[in-house]
Structure formats: structure tokens, C-alpha cells
Design a protein around this ligand. Structure first.
Ligand code: ACO
Length: 448
């Protein structure tokens, strides 16, 4: 198969959200801490009738229906998620309800889990399958989904929730440049979920920020090295048109892009002009450990990077700023934002994506973009995702109501023998929702 990549995409996020500005006031944080300090506008969350399974059911059935894909045409289905509802039964098996109805049970793939990286692992599995000798000619389908919730405290405003589905096959508008992948994987305790009775992670916030930036540096180094070996010339940021980052919160994305510019400066790459070189020169002798701690470097590189950030990164920040960290879906929601904002001009462009999952696993990879052919074309993908309408039709909850919802969800996590309110009044038609968990922990869903 040639030009393997993403043929189609759809995104779902809950219609319920809370404004970050209201959260600041409610939490007694200083004004601007979440909106400017973290760079976040709003946070989406699941109420008691939604979870990762319902969101996945919704996004998969929506993608199949809107692109006119027969469920029999799917030969591989992979899910990336770190939201554990069952330690054995995969989310993928819940999604089989959609395919069994059409008589298709011949579908490989299960779930992949490592923090926010599972979606990327699932995506690579599908791309590799289509490129391999075991490919049977049908499509792959990837679902990235999470409900990101934190205990009360400084991490709580970095939650979010979504599900994204991506159809994988040959002759795609979003083509993988599979030879240029750079990974960095290592053993750290920056963010993990050892307490199986709670949905909340244990998180060392400061460590996780440094781990993210170190992984970024390392992936970029490997990525550049592979590019240079194959292309015979140096790689710099000017060889890409857009950089899309996993986005726990926007401030870290701003810091990440300026970190890449600093890397280019140290490598004496063409993307850094004379004026920028002068501003970064005082930092050229810092050890790498020192460079992660230096506030002056952070400030100088962010200033130098600002114009390129606005051009190369800003268009991908819309959904992550509006919905929050969606864990495995976060990178792909950023990518969806780029398509939403730039679909008329992306043809011929190269987009670099950076995926990070705590613990830690990270990969930088590259996509080449062409306009594609209906229904698998950029304009149709943007129209079907309909991001503006989905954002505009959300319902804002007050922080008190959000906190109340979190408390209820704490009780419901891992519980059995309950029925939900079945209140789907806020959900759009076609949305799946949880109705009941019976005495055997079996979960039941309905479609609005
Ligand atoms: N106005 C403007 N900016 C402000 C204000 C204010 N009133 N108050 C604080 N700030 C700034 C701070 O200066 C800081 O900016 P800086 O990073 O440029 O220095 C920023 O807001 C955050 O403030 P901190 O005090 O550093 O934040 P805190 O320690 O309370 O928590 C953190 C932030 C660590 C990100 C926390 O939310 C967290 O742990 N989140 C989850 C972990 C996470 O997302 N890690 C990222 C990678 S791993 C992953 O994807 C899960």
C-alpha cells in the first residue's frame, strides 16, 4: 500500500464545560493563573451519563455514518486510552457492538495504554498493519479517548475529555513519513495511576514538565538525525510548516516550541536568524540540566520564538485550550484544530507531531499533506468535524456544579448496581450515554 495515512477523522467532546476564569475565582487562585499561567480558556468534562466507552461509541458511529463507511470495511480497530474502566475487558470490545450489528467480527486490535501515548501506539499499529504483509485490504480505525480528571489541587484545572476517531488506509490526504520517527522512552515516576480504586493520578507536576521537555529534546535529536541520514541535509524547523504538540495545557506548548528553537540554535540551523542568535548566545554554554531550570533562557527563547509560534503552532491550539488535556486524544485534537483552521491551505505542507505519555514514552513523527479526494479530503474532514458548532453549542457549568459532578463520579468509579439519571437533554442526537451498571458490573448504553 502506498501513501498510507489518515483518510478521515471525527472528534467528540462532552457538551458540558466550565470556564477557567470561573475556576480561578472558585479555587481562590490568583486571577490569570489558569488562563494566562496555564494558557487555558475552558475545560470539558463528562457528567454521570458519559464515559470513555460512550464517547468512543459516539465518535465511531459518527465517523462511519458521516463518511459513508460500511462497518464491514474495517479490518483493524485499535483504541488508545489511559482511563481504566476494566482491567481486562478492552474498550475495543465494547465498540464491537457497532460492528457485530453488521455481521463483521473479523477485526484485529485491542487497547494500548501508557498515559497520553496510547493513541499514538494505536495509530502506529494501524499504519504499520496497512503497510505490512498481513494487511487484508480493509481500513484500520483508531480511537483515542480519555476522561482526564484530577483530585482537587493545582492539577485539577488541567483536566479535559474527548474521543477522536481516525480512519487509516492508503492514498490518504494525511500521509505518514514513516522513516522519520524519533522516540524517547525511559523509566520515571512523573505521573502514574497506582491506586486502582481511584480514577485520579499521582502526579509530580514539576517533574512531569521537565520530563516532557527532556523527551522533546531527545525525540527531536533522533528525528533530525534520521532525516539527515536519509535526506543528506540538515533538518531545521524551516523544513516543517506546522508543529503539533501533545497539550497538557497551552503554556507547556509555548515552552516546547521555544525549546525546539533553542535546539536549532545549538545545532546552528538555518531557522534561527542573526537577531535571535544574539539573544540566545548567553545561554549557549549552559549544561542541559541547567537549561531546563533557567528562567532567563525560558524568557529569551519564548520571545525569540513568538512570531514563528504564531505561524507554526497557534493554529493547532484551539481545541486543547477550549477542552483541556484530553490525554490520548490531546495531540489529535490539536491536529484536528489545525485542519479546522487551515484546511484550505495545508496541501503540500509538512506537519511534525510530538506525542508524550508520562512514565514515559514519547515520539516525534511527520505527516505530508495533500488535499485528497472526496470524501477523504481536507475540506470534507473539516466540515464533518464541525468544530466551531461543537464548541459553540456547549453548556457552561458553574464551578460548584463541576465539583459536585466530580464528587459523584468518585463514588461511581468502580461501583456496581446503579442506574444513572439517563438525562440526555444536553447531548446532541446520535450521542451514546450510560444508563446502568448492573450487579455484575455490566455496563449498558443507549443512543439518543
Ligand atoms: N497570572 C499569570 N500567570 C500566573 C499567575 C497569575 N496570577 N499565577 C501563576 N502564574 C503562572 C506561573 O508563573 C507558572 O508559569 P510558568 O510555568 O511560566 O512559571 C504557571 O502560571 C503555573 O503556575 P505554577 O505555580 O507553576 O503551577 P502549579 O504548581 O500550581 O501547577 C502544574 C501547574 C504543575 C502544570 C499542575 O497543573 C499539574 O501538575 N498538572 C498536571 C501535570 C501535567 O499536566 N504535566 C504536563 C506533562 S504530563 C501530562 O501530560 C499529564
Amino acid at each position: 500500500a502506498k501513501n498510507v495515512g489518515i483518510l478521515a477523522m471525527d472528534i467528540y467532546f462532552p457538551p458540558t464545560c466550565v470556564q477557567q476564569e470561573a475556576m480561578e475565582a472558585h479555587d481562590g487562585a490568583s486571577k490569570g493563573k489558569y488562563t494566562i499561567g496555564l494558557g487555558q480558556d475552558c475545560m470539558g468534562f463528562c457528567t454521570e451519563v458519559e464515559d470513555v466507552i460512550s464517547m468512543s461509541l459516539t465518535v465511531v458511529s459518527s465517523l462511519l455514518e458521516k463518511y459513508g463507511i460500511d462497518a464491514k470495511q474495517i479490518g483493524r480497530l485499535e483504541v488508545g486510552s489511559e482511563t481504566v474502566i476494566d482491567k481486562s475487558k478492552s474498550i475495543k470490545t465494547f465498540l464491537m457492538q457497532i460492528f457485530e450489528a453488521s455481521g463483521n467480527t473479523d477485526i484485529e486490535g485491542v487497547d494500548s495504554t501508557n498515559a497520553c501515548y496510547g493513541g499514538t501506539a494505536a495509530l502506529f499499529n494501524c499504519v504499520n498493519w496497512v503497510e505490512s504483509s498481513s494487511w487484508d485490504g480493509r481500513y484500520g480505525l483508531v480511537v483515542s479517548t480519555d476522561s482526564a480528571v484530577y483530585a482537587e489541587g493545582p492539577a485539577r484545572p488541567t483536566g479535559g475529555a474527548a474521543a477522536i476517531a481516525m480512519l487509516i488506509g492508503p492514498d490518504a490526504p494525511l500521509v505518514f513519513e514513516s522513516k522519520f520517527r524519533g522516540s524517547h522512552m525511559s523509566h520515571v515516576y512523573d505521573f502514574y495511576k497506582p491506586n486502582l480504586a481511584s480514577e485520579y493520578p499521582v502526579v509530580d507536576g514539576k517533574l512531569s514538565q521537565t520530563c516532557y521537555l527532556m523527551a522533546l529534546d531527545s525525540c527531536y535529536k533522533h528525528f533530525c538525525h534520521k532525516y539527515e541520514k536519509l535526506e543528506g541535509k540538515q533538518f531545521s524547523l524551516s523544513d516543517a510548516d506546522y508543529i503539533v504538540f501533545h497539550s497538557p495545557y497551552n503554556k507547556l506548548v509555548q515552552k516546547s516550541f521555544s525549546r525546539l528553537m533553542f535546539n536549532d540554535f545549538l545545532r546552528n540551523a538555518s531557522s534561527v536568524d542573526e537577531a535571535a542568535k544574539e539573544k540566545l548566545a548567553p545561554f549557549s554554554s549552559l549544561s542541559s540540566d541547567e537549561s531546563y531550570q533557567s528562567r532567563d533562557l525560558e524568557k529569551a527563547s519564548q520571545q525569540v520564538a513568538k512570531p514563528l509560534y504564531d505561524a507554526m503552532v497557534q493554529p493547532s491550539t484551539l481545541i486543547p485550550k477550549q477542552v483541556g488535556n484530553m490525554y490520548t486524544a490531546s495531540l489529535y485534537a490539536a491536529f484536528a484544530s489545525l485542519i479546522h483552521n487551515k484546511h484550505t491551505s495545508l496541501g503540500g505542507n509538512r506537519v511534525i507531531l510530538f506525542s508524550y505519555g508520562s512514565g514515559l514514552t514519547a515520539t516525534m513523527f511527520s505527516l505530508k499533506i495533500n488535499d485528497g479526494q472526496y470524501p477523504f479530503c481536507l475540506s470534507n474532514i473539516a466540515a464533518i468535524m464541525n468544530v466551531d458548532k461543537k464548541l459553540k453549542s456547549r453548556h457552561e457549568f458553574l464551578p460548584e456544579k463541576f465539583v459536585e459532578t466530580m464528587k459523584l463520579m468518585e463514588h461511581r468509579y468502580g461501583a456496581k448496581d446503579f442506574v444513572t439519571s439517563k438525562d440526555c437533554s444536553l447531548l446532541a442526537p446520535g450521542t451514546y450515554y450510560l444508563t446502568e451498571v448492573d450487579s455484575m458490573y455490566r455496563r449498558f448504553y443507549a443512543k439518543k
